[in-house]
Design a protein around this ligand. Structure first.
Ligand code: CO
Length: 187
């Protein structure tokens, strides 16, 4: 059983604050936080746990969402490869940084969601179609440089936004939430 921490919601200033870099070697506290972010996604990926503890499953969770304004975020995405085999991609990033990105943009046609946002906001959130991220990955215990595309790239950018105090609906156009963007693709 995971010792659950409270998820900070959108109106709390904590999720609006810019996070600071994590220093190495990792303190016990920082290590417990990155581990928790990753463990939460794993725990909530189990429907039984969600029902039992009233949790929501998520593909990403950033440190400010559990009350820690430090640059850490975990990602857990179920994907299917070309042979239709389920692959679960997992990352636990510390000090992640986008070092390059496409000019092309993309958005989810169904919009985004967030564990800190209880009532979904409708509209397109345009993000880069490709991003290359540099980070320390706690799961593999190494510095990584990874190119993400499509859905994964969207999730990564959503999580990195949390470290800037940005929530997904900040990107939705108030007057035209479903405005099409020239050259952008919808997923
Ligand atoms: Co979020």
């Amino acid at each position: 059983m995971l010792e659950l921490r409270k998820i900070i919601k959108e109106n709390d200033p904590i999720v609006r604050k810019k996070s600071v870099d994590v220093t190495f070697p990792l303190s016990e506290e920082d290590e417990a936080t990155i581990k928790y972010l990753s463990d939460y996604l794993e725990f909530a990926a189990d429907e039984e746990n969600c029902k039992k503890y009233g949790l929501r499953a998520g593909v990403g969770l950033a440190a400010p969402q559990v009350g820690v304004n430090k640059r850490m975020a975990a990602i857990r995405i179920d994907m299917y490869d070309k042979n239709d085999n389920l692959i679960t991609k997992r990352y636990a990033f510390i000090n992640p940084k986008i070092i390059s990105h496409s000019t092309n943009k993309t958005a989810l046609h169904g919009g985004e969601g967030c564990l800190s946002v209880d009532n979904d906001r409708e509209g397109y959130v345009y993000r880069y179609s490709f991003v290359t991220v540099q980070a320390y990955d706690y799961l593999t215990k190494q510095n990584v440089k990874i190119k993400f595309r499509g859905y994964e790239a969207i999730v990564v950018q959503h999580e990195l936004d949390h470290l800037e105090g940005i929530l997904y609906f900040d990107h939705i156009k108030k007057k035209k939430p479903f405005e099409e963007l020239e050259g952008a693709t919808l997923l």
